[in-house]
Design a protein around this ligand. Structure first.
Ligand SMILES: [Zn+2]
Length: 161
């Protein structure tokens, strides 16, 4: 273990890695420990692949590490259809959920019903956002909402007693 820490750039044969398998967390970045950078694929024999990954990727060159996914419009559409299950995570739904959260947050803060004009304004703004931004904003709002809601509930409980 100590040796491994001292010589992170040293090549270790995959077979010798076997005893260390329990320490390998495939999901973690191995920037400091490139010797642990094993391919995440499962082989036909059933055990995890022991090859090195292509730099910066999660798979070795045999298991799609060099692939960049579909390039044609047709191929992209096909992969979209394959991954679509129930639409819960589509952009439109994510946008709606963000809007609802924004309304909830505003109403919690002000204690009055959110005016229609404000909702329309938000909706226009949200519709211009990319998916990543929508998700991020909603997470931030949820966090704020939960914290304040907790405080409000606590105060209400004290009032009751
Ligand atoms: Zn592999």
């Amino acid at each position: 273990m100590l040796l491994r820490l001292l010589s992170p750039l040293k090549y270790v044969h995959p077979e010798r890695e076997k005893s260390m398998q329990t320490f390998i967390d495939h999901n973690k970045s191995t920037f400091l420990w490139p010797c642990l950078r094993a391919c995440k694929a499962r082989t036909r024999a059933g055990h995890p692949c022991k090859n090195w990954t292509v730099r910066g990727r999660a798979r070795c060159r045999m298991h799609g590490g060099l692939a960049f996914g579909p390039t044609t419009e047709e191929g992209k559409a096909a992969i979209g259809r394959t991954h679509f299950r129930h639409g819960k995570y589509t952009l439109k739904i994510a946008q709606r959920r963000l809007l609802l959260k924004a309304i909830k947050w505003w109403e919690l803060k002000r204690g009055v019903t959110c005016p229609r004009s404000l909702i329309d304004y938000w909706w226009l703004k949200i519709q211009k956002m990319p998916y990543s931004r929508v998700v991020k904003e909603r997470a931030a709002l949820t966090d704020k909402y939960r914290r304040v809601k907790k405080m409000v509930d606590k105060q209400n409980d004290r009032k009751d007693v």
